[in-house]
Design a protein around this ligand. Structure first.
Ligand SMILES: [Zn+2]
Ligand SMILES: [Zn+2]
Ligand SMILES: [Zn+2]
Length: 166
């Protein structure tokens, strides 16, 4: 990565000259391959970019998944065993998150749950293959992907009430 270019970009976007006092900024830039970049500017023009952990979404099979420490198969800071490979789309924000804790940490609103008449909605993302299951498919498919058969965490069942109001 061309650090000089990023530095110029950062300064231009924030409209400040070199030698600015300590300050932080968040801005978007497609060129940096992630939409949210946290940059801390230190006195004298030195700056530091955030690592991936600070980013609040990643693209999983082309779909944005929001959360904390999300990996390329939708595991997160809270649930990261080998079978924790689904994300759920929340009806409040229409955005996929690996779990309710992730929603709590990155969303700015209370969570809403899917209701009985919405079970045909595609709301579960398989982190293994990118297939989006309907709620009905997910609830009837015995903790596995209906497309690639990857196993999902059967223990998620204990948390259904947090996601579904059925
Ligand atoms: Zn939401
Ligand atoms: Zn999580
Ligand atoms: Zn799958």
């Amino acid at each position: 990565m061309n650090k000089g270019f990023i530095r110029k970009l950062a300064y231009n976007k924030m409209g400040i000259e070199g030698g600015a006092p300590l300050r932080r900024a968040v801005f978007s830039d497609r060129w940096l391959h992630s939409s949210v970049v946290h940059i801390t500017i230190f006195d004298g023009g030195y700056f530091q970019m955030s690592n991936a952990r600070r980013q609040n979404y990643i693209s999983v099979h082309g779909i944005k998944v929001y959360g904390v420490e999300v990996d390329h198969q939708t595991r997160c800071k809270h649930y990261h065993s080998n079978v924790d490979i689904i994300a759920i789309r929340f009806p409040c924000c229409d955005a996929y998150h690996p779990c309710y804790e992730c929603h709590k940490e990155v969303a700015d609103h209370p969570v809403a749950r899917w209701s009985k008449d919405q079970t045909d909605e595609k709301a579960i993302l398989c982190g293994a293959c990118g297939h989006q299951l309907t709620i009905h498919e997910y609830l009837t498919h015995k903790s596995a992907c209906s497309a690639c058969n990857a196993n999902f965490n059967a223990g998620c069942r204990a948390h259904y009430h947090l996601y579904f109001d059925l």
